[in-house]
Design a protein around this ligand. Structure first.
Ligand code: NAD
Length: 800
């Protein structure tokens, strides 16, 4: 019988090991982090009189790995406090503690002999039921456990995390022929649900799936750059966002990964594949070898394909000229296809505009795309049994918008294959089979069932995770109840409705508010509950700033007043409607996005939710009930006569809102009370809508009762003066500007409940009126309007 995974051990506290331990801790799994015992003392240890027998010295490597977690940016931890779940130790004194854990993950140096010796040691203390896995990037999984007992081998597999493990979705699971199927299934479901990963099954082949294809793509791009006499900056202009890949494109990615690491990974494939042509593709070009020899390893050594230098006008980034091997100012690649791709409305049009264009950018994009597509298709079934795994691996492991086969469908299989044939390419059997079957694409979207894919000349349904609800699919199945340009009401099944925002950036304007009101009406008569959620890039970046600015510049105060009033009123109806409402925020959830979540009975947030009332950055304060909701949450259960409690709490809210604090995770959002203790957190964002729907159903089943309106204790005039005095101090010492002070004073007024006596109980409507007035008066300030304008044009806040 296999136990649940409650406790784990990670061996090797380097870049990956420490960060994997950090992510296990994020997921609530207690973890023992072990590394080797150092052979020498550091100068500091010597000065302290420590010896190699002292625990602090013996555990130093693991402890240093753990401490690194607090310093790295972006943070590997959801919250500093989760690191308490990580214990450190060493492999000599603590090896037998592996018998306490349910999963042991090996993340030591990439060396077969070291790993084999380690597994021999581990087996001595191992107990059946404990899963053991390796995080190797490319060493053969089965070779690592050669000589181990069949029972140990049945519990062994590869679990390949991508760096950084908290943020990269991909986890490649690599079973061997000896791995127990039940263990594979259990690890998959644990990794998906508890760790929030996207799991792909890979075979035990060199570099598995993502690195095999990704590194091939990087290698051929490098070779093409040299052939075409281009620079890394010019190539990156094509291979980044223009091709639906991350901004870091090819050469900035290589600089980030480290050129030595790239050479190592590339060599591993070259040494382990047999096809001479494939070996050639992975040959490391002379230039790259020279760069590694010179120590030009990329970001970690300060220079690689790019180098940051201090010039007369501040710092500047130079690019390496592959011919002269010297750094020169960056060049812009001018090509009309890049312009056309930028202007294209959809991702599909963008890709087509680029790959079929006859200019430098177009020819480069075509060559890279062609090579990667052909290579990927030829690797099936060698590296994976299906194309879906390959597409997911590239999306989740390399952050491509589309995997190779999705790209192929986008550019047209028949059209592109015809051109490939003309250019003398060999078409892999998988593609020939597809075309012979008469099919036009690798994926076929059929509304009645999930999309299907091609394998061995036939189509098969893609397995959907039971906890994933796709809003796009529901829309294809005509499950939209009502909709307008900004939002839709979608039937999520079981009499639960979903309110989906789909305006640009999911910014809130009148159309979304209208649809929220419709949702309330539908709820009252026809449904059991509501989920407010969407599957865009971010939950919601706030209210539509452009609209606010336009109305303010036109001095259209009655209109603006009405808009804010409506927003407040609608939030009120969501709070008090007699059916459960659950908000499901994720990613950036700012300003109005927070205000749209706070009135819900419960929030089910993605673990990666960055929440903040950031209005001060655009010269405003929350106007849609944000201040009132914060007071409700922070003052819950507080005795109005208890000044010693009231004032510190209001100080804290003031600090959060005035400083526009944004949480770095859902867990941290609890510190700010954007989330309450009983709100749920979904580790896997793909499960968010499902989890939110379950929360609605649970409330409905247990006899939901709407909350009663509450009176809220405020600090009144005395508290207002205290808050203002604090802000004045900051103004005097030059930390904040005059305009910051003006905004802070208005905020202080609202959060104190105006000039009423301290300890007064006020109504929600009273607070809403205060915040609306303050919002409107700030919207009329020229400096606030400058801030809004700046945010709209530059995408960052202006300090004025
Ligand atoms: P690293 O060099 O940062 O860390 C390796 C750790 O192993 C060090 O803390 C070292 O003290 C320890 N170690 C060395 N010899 C040991 C021994 N004999 N026994 C036990 N521990 C020993 O390496 P890393 O980048 O964290 O890589 C670890 C593993 O993860 C490798 O197999 C690597 O291929 C794989 N991996 C790395 C990345 C990445 O981006 N760095 C990504 C995915 C997988």
């Amino acid at each position: 019988m296999l136990a649940e995974i409650k406790k784990a051990a990670v061996i090797g506290a380097g870049v990956m090991g420490a960060a994997i331990a950090g992510h296990l801790a994020n997921a609530g799994v207690h973890t023992i982090l072990l590394d080797i015992v150092p052979r020498d003392l550091t100068d500091k240890e010597k000065a302290k009189g420590l010896t190699l027998t002292d625990k602090v010295v013996r555990n130093r490597l693991a402890q240093t790995g753990k401490e690194r977690l607090f310093k790295e940016k972006p943070s590997p931890l959801f919250h500093k406090k989760v690191a308490d779940r990580i214990e450190t130790g060493n492999l000599e004194d603590d090896l037998n503690r592996l018998s306490e854990v349910d999963w042991v993950i090996e993340a030591v140096v990439e060396n077969l002999k070291v790993k084999q010796d380690l597994f021999t040691q581990i087996e001595e203390v191992w107990k059946p039921g404990t899963v053991v896995s390796s995080n190797t990037s490319g060493i053969s999984i089965r070779e690592m456990v050669q000589g181990r007992s069949p029972e140990f081998r049945s519990h062994f597999l590869g679990t390949h995390f991508f760096n950084p493990p908290r943020y990269m979705k991909l986890l490649e699971i690599i079973p061997t022929e000896d791995t127990d199927q039940e263990i594979v299934s259990r690890m998959q479901s644990f990794s998906e649900t508890v760790l929030g990963k996207g799991v792909v099954h890979a075979k035990d082949t060199p570099n598995f799936i993502a690195n095999r294809i990704g590194v091939y793509g990087l290698a051929i791009t490098f070779q093409k750059m040299l052939e075409e006499n281009l620079g890394p900056d010019e190539v990156d202009a094509v291979t980044g966002r223009a091709m639906g890949r991350p901004k870091s494109a090819t050469f900035r990615t290589l600089d980030l990964v480290g050129l030595d690491t790239f050479v190592h990974v590339s060599d591993n494939v070259r040494e382990n594949v047999t096809d001479p042509e494939e070996k050639k593709a992975f040959e490391v070009p002379r230039l790259l070898q020279e760069m590694v020899e010179k120590g030009w390893l990329g970001s970690k050594s300060g220079q690689g394909f790019f180098k940051k230098v201090k010039g007369e006008k501040g710092s500047e980034i130079l690019a390496l000229d592959p011919q002269t091997k010297e750094y020169r100012p960056r060049k812009k690649l001018k090509a009309s296809s890049l312009e056309m791709a930028k202007r294209a409305k959809t991702e599909k049009e963008k890709f087509r505009a680029l790959v079929y264009a006859d200019d430098t950018a177009g020819r480069l994009a075509w060559y890279i795309t062609k090579k990667v597509l052909l290579y990927s298709a030829a690797r099936i079934p060698e590296i994976a049994d299906d194309i879906v795994s390959v597409d997911q691996a590239m999306r989740w492991g390399f952050n491509w918008d589309l995997g190779p086969f999705e790209v192929w469908d986008t550019i047209g299989v028949e059209k592109s294959v015809a051109r490939m044939r003309e250019e003398g390419e060999t078409i892999p059997p998988l593609v020939e089979e597809l075309l012979a079957s008469g099919a036009k694409s690798f994926y076929e979207h059929r509304p009645e069932n999930s999309c299907v894919f091609h394998l061995g000349g036939r189509f098969k349904e893609v397995e959907e995770h039971p906890r994933s609800i796709s809003l796009a699919r529901l829309k294809e199945q005509n499950k939209v109840i009502k909709g307008n340009r900004g939002a839709s009401l979608i039937d999520l099944g079981d009499d639960v409705i979903g309110l989906e925002f789909h305006s640009p950036n999911n910014a809130i304007a009148t159309d979304i508010i209208q649809m929220m009101n419709t949702a309330v009406k539908e709820l009252e008569s026809n449904y059991r509950g509501l989920v407010i959620g969407n599957q865009g890039n971010n939950f919601c970046v706030g209210a539509n700033l452009m609209l606010i600015l336009m109305e303010a510049q036109d001095q259209n105060w009655p209109e603006l007043d009405l808009m804010v009033r409506q927003f407040q009123k609608t939030m009120g109806s969501l709070r008090y409607v007699n059916k459960p409402v659950v908000a499901a925020p994720f990613g950036m959830t700012l300003g109005g996005g927070v205000e749209a979540s706070l009135p819900a009975d419960r929030i089910q947030a993605s673990a990666e939710t960055y929440m903040g009332l950031v209005e001060t950055g655009v010269g405003l304060i929350p106007g849609g009930g944000g201040n009132k909701e914060m007071l409700l949450r922070w003052m819950d259960g507080v005795d109005p006569r208890d000044r010693l409690v009231l004032q510190p709490l209001v100080n804290r809210i003031f600090e959060i809102v005035a400083m526009a604090k944004v949480s770095t995770s859902a867990l941290e959002a609890k510190d700010y009370k954007f989330l309450r203790e009983n709100d749920g957190i979904s580790m896997n964002q793909d499960h968010l809508i499902y989890d939110a729907k379950q929360a609605v159903l649970a409330m409905d089943r247990t006899g939901y009762q709407a909350p009663e309106p509450k009176k809220i204790p405020v600090v009144g005039e005395t508290g207002y003066n205290t808050l203002r005095l604090g802000a004045y101090g900051l103004l005097q010492s030059g930390y904040i500007s005059e305009h910051d002070y003006k905004i802070a004073s208005k905020l202080a007024y609202v959060l104190s409940g105006g000039t009423v006596p301290e300890g007064t109980l006020v109504s929600e409507q009273y607070l809403l009126d205060l915040e609306r007035e303050a919002f409107l008066s700030l919207a009329g300030e020229p400096k606030s309007q400058q801030r809004m304008q700046y945010m709209l044009t530059k995408g960052k806040p202006l300090r004025n």
